[in-house]
Design a binder for this molecule. Sequence first.
Ligand SMILES: [Zn+2]
Length: 406
Amino acid sequence: MDIAVGQDVSRNSIDPDFLGDDSRRTFLQAAGLLVAGMILPQAHAFENQSTRVASDHKVILVVIGGVRRAETFSPEGQENIPHLVNDLLPQALFYPHARNDGVTAHFNAISSILTGNWQRVDDWGKLAPTTPTLFEQFRKQTKTDRSDTWVVASNKALTSLIGASSASDYGPPYGANVVFPKQLMITAVVDALRRGRAANMADRSKVEAELESAIAGSNYEGLGWNVFDAAERLDPRAQSTIESAIAGFVRSGGPTSGDELTFFMTREIMHKFAPRLILVALSDVEAAHFGSYSMHVAGIRTADRLAWQLWREIESNPDYKGKTTMILLPEFGRDPDGSSTNGFFNHRANDESTRDTWMMALGPAIGKPRIIERPVRHVDVCPTLAGLLDLPAVASQGMRLDEFRV
Ligand SMILES: [Zn+2]
């Protein structure tokens, strides 16, 4: 079902039992509790005892939806990515040509990156990838806990099935925690409001207005989410992490796009669990589907800034500093201007504008900063990262990239 946040917030009242009192703080704590109950069923934080591996190299993989070269690493696009160009590129291993030769839809694109094989499963995440994800390869080999592998995403085309494949001998027992912070927040708040009765709260309308602006940073964000009916209790530590992150995020009163919340949650998870392997899927750029070029470009600027902030977080967090590889790449480009698929709106054309994009890597595993003109492919990412994590090779259509020091 779709959620139209603004309408629901203004039409419904807030349940006074749920709120307890009229303080915003209490409301947000309660919202956090609701949210925590809606973590996806695959999210079990502590099911096994951790077994430490000798190497503690960490990997943070950031995908940013569909962006064209024209709006990013082109002479005219560089103004949209000042942090990538000025702050990160000088210390990066940069591949100007990283190709998506598979399906240019979100679930398949991210699945291909995560598995090292071009995946052709359902575009909307109704089927898991068919070959093992990096998470499964890592957890099976190292016997680590699920809390060592996370997906934090604001992309509506993903589902919890992104965290593990349907491959025999692998699958959900070795999968990642999968969290969609923006969805959890919207679902929790809308659900709370829907269940509301006539409230006698003095400043109800004020709280409603605050929540509305907090959860509906822009109209498109409230549209298109599926509501999960599964509500499984989490380990208390994971639960409190999610809860405090969302409450803290709302309380901070800053910009509230899905990507901002995803970044905020990622940082919280890094602090609490220090996972070895995180996929962060940013998708503010996908406002393009709604036809707004300015919102699309704003999404690019947000991703640029958050990538920089994430790298700075890595560099200042003792659990990550000096031993983390961060890889940043778009899932694909977007369609060329003048195409029959509406140009930047979509990413369906079998065209260089849609397939030919770029990839940036940072951290000690890259050797010295440089630009490698040779085209690489998205299916090369998984075997390369598997090498960095000391995992044995798994059948892949991709190849380990020689530029990384294993
Ligand atoms: Zn899209």
